[in-house]
Design a protein around this ligand. Sequence first.
Ligand code: IVH
Length: 677
Amino acid sequence: MTDAAPLATPSAYADAVATAVQAAAAYYADGSTPLGDDEYDALVRGIEAYEAAHPDEVLPDSPTGKVAGGAATGDVPHSVPMLSLDNVFSADELAAWAAGLERRLGRPVDGWCVEPKLDGLAVAARYRAGSLVQVLTRGDGLAGEDITHSADAVLGLPARLTEPLDLELRGEVLLTQDQFDHANEVRTAHGATPFAHPRSGAAGTLRAKDRPYRVELTFFAYGAIGLDDLGHTALLGRLAELGANTAATTEAHPQRCATVEEVQQRVEEVAALRSALPFGIDGVVIKADTATDQQQAGSGSRAPRWAVARKLAAEHKVTRLLGVEWNVGRTGIIAPRAVLEPVVIDGVTITYATLHNPADITRRGLLLGDQVFVYRAGDVIPRVEAPLVDQRTGAEQPIAFPEACPRCGDPIDTSEQRWRCSRGRGCQAVASIRYAVGRDQLDIEGLGGTRAVQLVDAGLVEDVADLFALTRDQLLALERMGDTSTDNLLAAIETARNAPLNRVFCALGVRGTGRTMSRRIAAHFGSMAAIRAADAEALAEVDGIGVEKAKVIVAELADLAPVLDKLIAQNVGTAVTEPTAPSNAGPQEDGPQGPLTGQSVVVTGSMAGSPLDGLSRNEVNELIERAGGKASSSVSKKTTLLVAGEKAGSKRTKAEELGIRIVSPAEFAATVADHLA
Ligand code: IVH
């Protein structure tokens, strides 16, 4: 969360009010805003603090205490006011809020319900005799806008309930990530500007009339007028029975909690699930669950006293696009990367974000100097979503696309969405060769530095297979190559020719295959020729390769076919695959025996303070395999053990959910002590 800047003077306060009013107006009009959610919240907190200290100076248009910051209006009166929620920003604030509610009731709250705070727009949907007759936005909470014309496009909002009831459903309409991506594809195909953000997309879509294309939205019900005797959990069950979609259909499903401790834990769980959810959430809502508690707590003019939103740090932020860099990857793909004015998202400073490919830049209509929405969640690479078109000053400039490969100057193959140097992997020959000769691959000393550049520049080597065809004369002809260094290098290359298949395969740098996976592939197929002939189905039989990964590997192998053929022709990689432990000479599939035999182990968080401190993740994974276990990077039902250091995060939560055994790095180190190198 962004800290609230203290407002020192009446004019600073007046400025803050004006900025907040303007931002709230834009937000409720079409979801666009020059401020990120965190900045808006911080601004309002500053205003609140100033007003608390100077109650006589409160300006009439101040957003505090008003639904939608006083910005939204409409002309259809609500049957019962549509309230907002008070916010808390930390576990302590949440605990204080819960304690306050219990003080007010004079007794403990009889159970809570914890559910996601869906990042969309609140709507009221009126049913008569079970048929949907009218849909309204929240507006100012007292009256909303009629958006019935959009109802057809809203999945989860049934045209007919399963029973002929008079009822008003309340809930949130949003664009899921898939719906958002699809909406932007359709919009750009129609020459319209893409939506900057799923919420602005939902707002724009609900209000739009007569669009030549259709954009689907999704409804989640979380309340109703007319079923007032039901507690919240029971109400959600009833709404689902009547045919409405609820968050019960999602991983972040509402959960009843008996104590505030349980509430806090569930809040953490939902927060950890956030980045994997197919729709945006901007917090977690905590509600007193029973109708009795809700009625006794009552509501203020803006928000109920029996519910609160624990806000999560925004995943979207607005910042400026300063430039675009074009980087050539190992396979020759030329990828654009946005250079941004640094912006902090969820505690991490973001300076670069992916722009996918040139077509995507065009589709999003980005210009240099644009204010853009940047998205970052969990461990994903931050991405630029869209420009804020109405914030343009006229000084923005088009983004220049490269006309030749920025690395080698050769022509670019633009036939696919992802542009590629026409030399493909050859463009990165030096980097590929340096990787191939590294210690964990072919281990050829003397080729890591400038020698690789020399060989490529002299036209002797284009890929790793060419190393095995080098002659003594060719090497001697190179600058600074004497007899001794030539003989040493040739000897090292001969040793590498007999390297185990897994190392030769690893040296190819196929995407998605590090050392462990290369060993599994080598053990499974047994020869380079068999690997070359493998299709996706065959690859997916290898432990740890899913259908998607298999497709990527097949595409990479097709690309590498000439290199594979040269390696096969030169008898490189015919030695048996290395065992997973140096002591084991038996069949690889069985792997070594040890304290972790039969265990599927995931390691997460920091290893600091344990004997594992200082080991790379790769080295820890090797240790696991030496001790007989299988190392994996993600927690699944197959996982049997999680080694969780500090800041373990979502993997720990998931392991707890699945009831997987969790040990500290120190405990784990003790278990595998005999196998620590
Ligand atoms: S309850 C009287 N539950 O958040 C109860 N609201 O910031 C009021 N929202 O206006 C709402 N998810 O638009 C509730 N699970 C949820 C919600 C939720 C999203 C929205 C809703 C509300 C706003 C307040």
